[in-house]
Ligand binder design. Structure first.
Ligand code: ADP
Ligand code: ZN
Ligand code: MG
Length: 479
């Protein structure tokens, strides 16, 4: 049997840090990037005698996430202790939710090549994040930073409904985009505010039962998730083909070697000794409370997409690509508000900007320039100050060292040549140097014109106004 005879099965547990101002059980700030152990207090460092108080915003944000993913919201819910020992967990238990999560039974739709598919959401629950171990930073050993301890998380557990690494990527992109739109998490994967545990198994096509799964924890880039699923599913198929069996275990994905390594056997062995958190009251939500959140949900990607088709006359594909990321979509709207040309802004964002994002392997939330700067660059093209070829160079500059596009072109001497005399000079010279092209053109080979314009652009380093070049070459050639 070969790879094609197997089906890959994937389920994701997505952790999103909520963008509340304060932590889940104390009033420490949640802000990322502070000096180690400066956002801590007796509660989130688990001093004896302290008591947690649940941050109401956390419940609100989780309910928002539940409603945006079609979950039913539990009227009665509670917190539980999940007990385990690890140096980044000061209480030696994590306050989470066990048997009564806030949200259950949702689904989101993903799409690949026009084919739609629903991915079930088993549950969404709230819990606290742990601290962070900094290894070897100060010459050996590990130091604990508790700034992250007590930062609120939601965990979104999917059904094992994905069948390829592409499905998993699409699903995670969808979840990310929904959470960004409803503004409950900034979803910055590079800062760890969105991470996923990836569960993978394989089975023979047509088999009724799922195979045994392995789990890769804390993955925080799309690229590594895709690579890890590809690698791990092939590894499992190989093991089975060689007559072996898969052990349920937690694996570590190593991005450098592109392989998975065993971390610990899991089976059902790890016993977290869950029990209800005695220091917190149960969570009871009224109908009005839930209704109110539902009525105030912001625009979701789906409806924004429909609006782009209608209002800006963008294509299906353009609307979909722009609205997939709230950051990209907001940049589109903000730039549009300044320069007023939806097609042009969409084109720049979806072609050149997206290409550079891909090359740099970064996400739209890491775009270094502002919508204002992008809009100004587009305006400079539209008013003829620069050609679109120069626009591309300005864009590269905006990625490297963002500043006012007008300043960039002045500094670099990139202002478009639109002076008749100067253009005429170039045209004459190019014609003199390319007599064969004149003969070709007269013989009906229209391509010769394109060649001549190209030569003129080359000579002026892209600065000549292409419309004027075209016109003037035509005039000369038709004389
Ligand atoms: P745990 O906390 O032990 O990992 P959960 O029930 O929280 O268990 O999460 C299990 C995850 O694994 C879910 O996302 C589920 O869809 C996925 N899953 C379960 N069985 C399989 C399987 N056979 N193959 C792939 N994924 C699976
Ligand atoms: Zn605190
Ligand atoms: Mg798990």
């Amino acid at each position: 049997m070969s790879k094609e005879d197997y089906e890959v099965v994937i389920g994701l547990e997505v952790h999103a840090e909520l963008s509340t101002k304060t932590k889940i059980f104390c009033s420490c700030p949640t802000e990322f990037g502070a000096a180690p152990n400066t956002h801590i207090c007796p509660i989130c460092t688990a001093m004896p005698g302290t008591l947690p108080v649940l941050n109401e915003k956390v419940v609100e944000y989780a309910v928002k996430a539940g409603l945006a993913t079609g979950c039913s919201i539990a009227r009665d819910s509670k917190n539980d202790r999940k007990n385990y020992f690890y140096p980044d967990l000061p209480k030696s238990y994590q306050i989470s939710q066990f048997d009564k999560p806030l949200c259950e039974h949702g689904e989101v739709e993903i799409e690949e090549d026009g084919e739609k598919k629903k991915i079930g959401i088993t549950r969404i629950h709230i819990e606290e994040d742990a601290g962070k171990l900094n290894h070897n930073e100060f010459g050996g050993g590990s130091l604990v930073d508790l700034n992250r301890a007590g930062v609120p998380l939601i965990e979104i557990v999917s059904e094992p409904d994905m069948r390829s690494s592409k499905d998993a990527e699409n699903y995670l992109r969808k979840i990310k985009s929904i959470l960004e739109y409803i503004e409950v998490s900034d979803c910055k994967m590079q800062e760890g505010s969105l991470r996923a545990d990836v569960n993978v198994s394989v089975r023979k096509k047509g088999a009724k039962e799922f195979g045994t799964r392995t789990e890769m924890k804390n993955m925080n880039s799309f690229r590594s998730i895709v690579r890890a699923i590809e690698y791990e599913s092939e590894r499992q198929i190989e093991v089975i083909e060689e007559g072996g069996t898969i052990t349920q275990e937690t694996l570590r994905w190593d991005d450098v070697s592109g392989k998975t390594f065993s971390m610990r056997d899991k089976e059902d062995a790890q016993d977290y000794r869950y029990f209800p958190e005695p220091d917190l009251v149960a969570i009871r939500l009224s109908e009005e409370y839930i209704e109110n959140i539902k009525n105030n949900l912001p625009e979701l990607p789906e409806s924004r997409r429909a609006r782009y088709l209608e209002e800006y006359k963008l294509s299906e594909k353009e609307s979909k690509m722009l609205t997939a990321s709230k950051y990209l979509s907001n940049m589109f709207e903000d730039a549009l508000a300044i320069c007023g040309n939806p097609k042009a802004v969409a084109n720049w964002l979806l072609s050149d900007v997206s290409r550079i994002l891909n090359e740099k392997e970064i996400e739209p939330d890491q775009i270094p320039f502002t919508a204002n700067q992008l809009a100004k660059m587009i305006e400079l093209i539209e008013n003829g100050t620069i050609s679109s070829a120069i626009g591309k160079k300005v864009l590269e500059e905006l990625f490297e060292n963002p500043r006012d596009p007008e300043e960039i072109i002045k500094e670099k001497g990139w202002i478009q040549i639109s002076d008749e005399g100067a253009i005429k000079e170039v045209v004459t010279r190019i014609l003199e140097n390319n007599p064969q092209s004149i003969i070709d053109y007269k013989a009906g080979k229209d391509r010769a014109l394109g060649f001549l314009v190209g030569q003129a652009m080359k000579e002026t380093k892209g600065k000549a106004n292409p419309q004027m070049l075209n016109k003037m070459f035509l005039e000369e050639l038709n004389k």
